[in-house]
Ligand binder design. Sequence first.
Ligand SMILES: NC(=O)c1ccc[n+]([C@@H]2O[C@H](COP(=O)([O-])OP(=O)(O)OC[C@H]3O[C@@H](n4cnc5c(N)ncnc54)[C@H](OP(=O)(O)O)[C@@H]3O)[C@@H](O)[C@H]2O)c1
Length: 254
Amino acid sequence: MKDALGSVGSVLVLGGSSEIGVAIAGVLAAPRSATVILAGRNGERLASAARGVATAGAGRVETLDFDALQTSTHDDVIEQAAALAGGDLDVIVVAFGLLGDQARDEAGGTGALDVATVNYVGAVSAGLASARVLRRQGHGTIVALSSVAGERVRRANFVYGSSKAGMDTFFQGLSDSLVATGVSVLVVRPGFVVGRMTEGMRPAPMATTPEAVAAATLSGLQSGRSIVWVPGQLRLVMAVMRHLPRVVWRKVPS
Ligand SMILES: NC(=O)c1ccc[n+]([C@@H]2O[C@H](COP(=O)([O-])OP(=O)(O)OC[C@H]3O[C@@H](n4cnc5c(N)ncnc54)[C@H](OP(=O)(O)O)[C@@H]3O)[C@@H](O)[C@H]2O)c1
């Protein structure tokens, strides 16, 4: 349960090895040495993430198997996480995601479907399963890692962008469905984040870091916001960009 100052006692990260997810878990856990449960595809990356969260100040770190594609397991995973946390989850971070390789995926193969399924179908399934547990508790917040790429889909990455647009609007609707239940949703829309997902890519203007996304998420939770852009100026930039004529927009470089 959150304490009187709003500090959290337990955090679940779905996509537990995500660099951004781990950074968020660290800043949320540190004030009260909270329990952190990292749910992800088991392996060295999950173990390394667990060490990172412990170093950041979590009091207890647990790991659970979670695959976004195994939708029939999602209710169970979240119930197990709640039990590991002693009954209650204060924050659930939906951090899993695939960027894909648009040029390769347009040429063939299953890559585009993997991106769409993990980022949208997986998020719908995990989002609803999370909401069921938090609604029963009567409190808690879902943090959904969306992306500026979903605000207006670009020719260069429309598969990823459209999957993020779908998950973003899903979580906005979920948020509306949870009004007056004690449960809230925070949609976080980072721009280009320098890290593993974008390794080898040229940083876009206003590129940010997992730590900056974590700081903005903490601030968004403390102020009760429903949407956070990182960096904040992206909100204004995209307010202009979304009205550019298509003929101009499709020439915006990747
Ligand atoms: N990096 C950016 O520029 C950026 C910008 C805006 C939004 N975002 C979003 O922020 C979120 C976190 O990204 P990140 O930067 O932290 O990238 P990351 O470090 O590459 O994390 C992605 C996570 O997704 C997990 N994942 C992928 N497929 C999965 C599946 N089928 N089941 C379970 N987990 C799966 C990965 O697990 P494994 O370790 O097992 O592969 C990893 O934990 C993503 O949703 C991403 O779309 C990222």
